[in-house]
Design a binder for this molecule. Structure first.
Ligand code: ADP
Ligand code: MG
Length: 579
């Protein structure tokens, strides 16, 4: 009759919960950041939904977050009056783990034998709501979706199952109540039933949240001299405690640069990106004048698991005068910079602006151009100023950035300048195109490259023989995207790019052409003319032409493509795409 249903957690969820219960994070305080972050998201969603849907029956008059601690009961509650969840949403959002990276993370964790490495892995992995189980032995979530009348109560001790029941008394929004582990309450460091401790954590991790986070006011210091009357007053205050807003609510991007600490930027990044690591770069930009905007962008320190999936979203949020408008704003960042996270706050846009309208908006297009240039110039600065950070950047995002060589003509040179490539010169050390050009041999006119699936495949290719023999450096391009951009980019710094596996690459034109070799070549052509024409006819189903080559030193023959043919790897890509 109570309508209680019991569900099992999905396997991955169960494994993660076990990790949480056994407190794998060295810093347990972050559970509160996760709960507050979810509450803040829920308020953003409600405001947006009520803006879009005039018929939504929701109360948006006093949107806020409230945190309550009960020392006696050893409970901590984080409450919001935001969007809430329906019964099905609770099952779906709380009972399972949607993040596809989770399984991979768990696998890596299992395989990692070394404790420090495990801790590092764990530190990078966000577990959101489940982090409650680091500090609680039981979690209750009471929620009602805005506009719906039926509420839902979710309960679990994190040990494999959870229960769900209808709740008639649920206010709009969500309240998460943690029954704190008794052992933590005894340790001041982990005493999350202490208002002071909680206030401290909120200030530290969630100060920038743009919604008020309210808590009962600290009891006023006892008046020094007074007698019994004062005692009565404080008894009354205890009965109806005043509430106060704990966070400053100041949007970080609207504060002046030197007023904000790196720590604050990092916490903000974690809030918007759902990443647990610090960002690699923080980028601030402000424009005044006719079209005013402020932006705070971040380059993450590692690529998310789904960066190459077709439906990967772009990571910039749009605000209008501090009001959150949308996530994943594709009008603000090109696809090849989809890893950039952050916020753009524009002053003169309608709160109701649609995605389609944004794409057409000239001001937005201008803004996007400036943001893109700023991101690229930031990477450039990293390259010269912090080579190690650049190496990380390139390892994580290089292949995505190279996608920009295909479509962004305006910034092509700038992107090429940021690329680094493996080269035959040194197996360990990659090169930039500029460095390559500086090393080009006297008389060398082209930048040579070869694409392939792996470095070893490229290096053992017969095409490589003559180049190695003559000491020409060849770029070794093994990312799938390389197949595409090399066809789109004709030159760098006025020097043509040339595949060593295509067309007639006559190395003698590069430097050492002389009449003697020229005459020798002619003689050979005549000597072999019959053989070549016989081979061309015999193999006519498979090849266009058979010709003598000077590019081989030990292999007897090799297959080359025409200059404008798709390389074998590109043909494979097309095949895979069904073309
Ligand atoms: P994330 O926030 O990264 O999506 P979480 O584990 O923190 O992951 O939360 C999972 C999902 O549960 C959220 O995406 C959201 O849909 C839902 N959720 C969590 N807390 C709330 C809340 N207070 N109000 C509404 N929905 C919530
Ligand atoms: Mg979350």
């Amino acid at each position: 009759t109570t309508g209680i249903e019991t569900f099992e957690f999905q396997v991955e969820a169960r494994q993660l919960l076990q990790l949480m219960i056994h407190s794998i994070y060295s810093n347990k305080d972050v559970f509160l950041r996760e709960l507050v972050s979810n509450a803040s998201d829920a308020l953003d969603k409600l405001r947006l939904e009520s803006l879009r849907d005039g018929n939504l029956e929701a109360d948006t008059s006093d949107l806020h977050i409230a945190i309550e601690v009960d020392k006696e009961q050893r409970t901590l509650t984080v409450r919001d009056n935001g969007i809430g969840m329906s019964h099905d949403e609770v099952v779906q959002l709380i009972g399972t783990i949607a993040n596809s990276g989770t399984a991979k993370f768990l696998q890596e964790l299992k395989e990692s034998k070394d404790a420090a490495a495990s801790q590092d892995l764990i530190g990078q992995f966000g577990v959101g709501f489940y982090s409650s189980f680091m500090v609680a032995d039981e979690v209750t979530l009471l929620t009602r979706r805005a506009g719906e009348s039926q509420g839902t109560r979710w309960e679990s001790s994190g040990e494999g199952t959870y229960s769900i029941a209808p709740a008639d008394d649920a206010p709009q929004g969500t309240a998460v109540t943690l029954r704190l582990k008794p052992e933590d309450t005894e340790d001041a460091l982990y005493d999350y039933a202490s208002p002071r401790k909680v206030r401290e954590i909120v200030k530290r991790y969630s100060d920038f949240i743009t919604w008020p986070i309210r808590m009962a006011a600290e009891a006023p210091a006892k008046p020094a001299a007074d007698s019994e009357e004062a005692g009565d007053d404080s008894a009354e205050e205890a009965a109806a405690p005043e509430v106060e807003t704990v966070n400053s609510m100041k949007a970080l991007w609207a504060r002046s640069k030197d007023e904000v600490t790196d720590d604050e930027y990092h916490e903000f990044y974690k809030h918007i990106s759902h990443d647990w690591s610090n960002p690699l770069e923080t980028i601030r930009m402000q424009a005044e004048g006719t079209f005013e905007y402020q932006s705070l962008l971040f380059i993450p320190s590692r690529a998310p698991q789904d960066l190459y999936m077709r439906d990967h979203k772009r990571g910039v949020q749009l605000y209008v005068k501090r009001v959150f408008i949308m996530d994943d704003c594709e009008a603000l960042m090109p696809e090849y910079l989809r890893f950039v996270k952050g916020v753009v706050d524009a002053a003169d846009l309608s709160l109701n602006v649609s995605r389609e309208a944004l794409q057409q908006d000239r001001q937005i297009q201008l803004m996007r151009r400036r943001l893109v240039k700023k991101v690229l110039s930031t990477v450039k600065d990293t390259m010269s100023g912090a080579p190690e950070r650049y190496t990380t950047f390139w390892k994580e995002f290089g292949p995505v950035l190279k996608e920009g060589l295909l479509g962004d003509f305006e910034n092509r040179e700038a992107i090429l300048d940021l690329c680094s490539f493996a080269t035959t010169r040194d197996a360990e050390e990659p090169t930039t195109l500029r460095q390559y050009v500086e090393r080009m041999k006297e008389g060398q006119e082209h930048l040579y490259f070869m694409t392939g699936e792996s470095r070893s495949m490229v290096e053992s290719s017969p095409h490589m023989e003559a180049f190695r023999e003559k000491g020409f450096e060849v770029l070794v391009l093994t990312d799938p995207i390389d197949e595409l951009w090399v066809d789109a980019v004709p030159e760098f710094d006025g020097k043509p790019l040339r595949s060593i596996a295509k067309g007639q690459v006559d190395l003698d034109t590069d430097g050492e052409k002389d009449e003697e070799t020229e005459a020798e070549r002619e003689r050979q052509k005549q000597d072999y003319a019959d053989l070549l024409s016989w081979m061309t006819t015999t193999l006519s189903d498979s090849v266009k032409e058979v010709r003598l080559s000077s590019r081989l030193t030990t292999s007897p023959a090799c297959i080359v493509g025409d200059t404008h043919d798709a390389s074998p790897q590109l043909q494979n890509i097309y095949k895979a795409m069904g073309q």
